[in-house]
Design a protein around this ligand. Structure first.
Ligand SMILES: [Zn+2]
Length: 427
């Protein structure tokens, strides 16, 4: 009996040696359903003769995206199911459906002496990154969520949303008089605000607050001061790989979701490509660190997007002419644009809009973003949308590396969360 027990123990040890994943890199395309991947891959393939690199990952699974009350999920409930391995209700971050605190995967990694990184191209206090850091009953509690970064102390975190961390920002919002930037520095963080300081940093603890990184993909060129998703991922891997115990890194491409809400196919394609570039960095890293698991998945689909193959030739012809996506155009339009100004903004962005649509956009007192996004998609073609909200479509999960073969072909989002915790906590 004792020998049998030793044999079992030996087997467990051997199994963990061959199947354990020491570094886990999780990419989340927010709102990235199968059609979002498909259209971005289609144009990419036409341009380069190759598929998106993660499209050809050896392991493909499908994840169902319900929340605890079987509704269409939001990003808070979806990311929470990944982070704690339990479903919860919409709006909730890091708590179960009874609003009880549950240890998240980042905390589990930290307690084992592993490093943690959190990266996004939206606000760092947004629902997806928040679920991997904070525990609060509303995704809108940015005061609690920002402060939670100082409790968890991820070795690196980068995104937008500086004002939740500054003394002036917090006091103006009527939260408190804490200066989280000063507190971060007291905790030995280097805090950076632009691309070159980020790249030059040699600090083992790094916090990055940037502007407009979501647009960095469309702002190529030498004068770009803000990093993009690829550059943030590269820097994070440099920092995290210094820990011999391994790490967990979550990278979110959030503009896919925003573009889905705006029904803007161009924004979607660009951000899936931004994600692709970041994934390539992870693959380069894995060449030197084979004990790494890379997962690319989504929290839910946004926009109820379907493809419109009849207009694909149009898309291929016109996509490269478009130089701005919805939020950029919206901010240029301002709150009460004239027809003439709106016509100029669209023309200057490489988009032709019919006079009647332009009038609707100018007159809109609310929901202008979706009107702008729809005008962009009408011009370039490629996709149709059924909602400006989320859908309940299943999402894909692409995986490569140590442990990827253990991910079932079909799983629920919270089951993936449980598996993720296993991968991260294994030796
Ligand atoms: Zn959304």
């Amino acid at each position: 009996m004792r020998r049998f027990r030793y044999l079992i123990l030996l087997l467990v040890v051997l199994l963990s040696l061959v199947s354990g994943a020491r570094n886990v890199i999780l990419f989340i395309g927010d709102g990235m359903g199968p059609n979002q991947v498909s259209i971005a891959n289609y144009v990419y393939y036409k341009n380069t003769g190759e598929n998106l690199i993660f499209f050809d990952f050896p392991f493909l699974s499908f994840v169902d995206t319900n929340n605890a009350s079987n509704q269409v999920t939001d990003s808070a409930a979806a990311a929470t199911s990944f982070a704690i391995g339990l479903r919860t209700n919409n709006g909730i971050v890091g708590l179960d459906q009874r609003e009880k605190v549950q240890e998240n995967v980042s905390e589990k990694a930290k307690s084992l002496g592993k490093s943690v990184g959190i990266v996004t191209d939206t606000s760092i206090t947004d629902a997806t990154p928040a679920a991997f850091v904070a525990h609060t009953n509303s995704r809108r509690n940015s005061d609690v969520i920002s402060a939670a970064f100082l409790d968890l102390q991820p070795d690196v975190f980068m995104g937008m949303g500086l004002s939740s961390f500054t003394l002036s920002g917090r006091s103006q919002k009527g939260w408190d008089n804490r200066d989280l930037i000063k507190e971060l520095q007291d905790l030995s963080y280097q805090v950076v605000y632009d691309r070159s300081s980020m790249e030059q940093s040699t600090s083992p603890k790094l916090a990055g607050f940037f502007n407009n990184i979501s647009y960095a993909f469309t702002q190529r060129g030498p004068f770009r001061t803000q990093p993009n998703l690829k550059e943030m991922t590269k820097k994070s891997l440099e920092i995290l790989s210094q820990n011999e115990n391994g790490f967990f890194l979550m990278v979110e491409a959030a503009v896919i979701d925003g573009s889905g809400h705006n029904n803007d196919v161009v924004g979607t394609i660009y951000d899936v490509w931004a994600l692709e570039e970041a994934v390539k960095e992870a693959l380069l890293f894995r060449e030197k660190h084979p004990e790494t698991l890379i997962i690319v998945t989504a929290d839910h689909e946004t926009g109820g997007m379907t493809l419109d193959p009849n207009t694909f030739p149009l898309l291929l012809e016109r996509l490269s002419e478009v130089t701005r996506i919805t939020p950029q155009i919206e901010s240029m339009l301002g709150s009460s644009p004239t027809l003439q100004w709106a016509r100029y903004v669209f023309e200057d962005s490489g988009i032709e809009v019919k006079e009647a649509d332009l009038q609707t956009i100018v007159k809109a007192t609310s929901g202008r973003a979706a009107l702008v996004g729809k005008a962009i998609t009408k011009y370039v073609g490629g996709a149709k949308y059924s909602t400006t909200g989320h859908s309940s479509q299943r999402v894909q999960l692409f995986a490569v590396g140590k442990g990827a073969d253990r991910i079932p072909k079909e799983l629920k989002n919270y089951e993936f969360g449980k598996l993720l915790a296993q991968f991260v906590t294994e030796e």
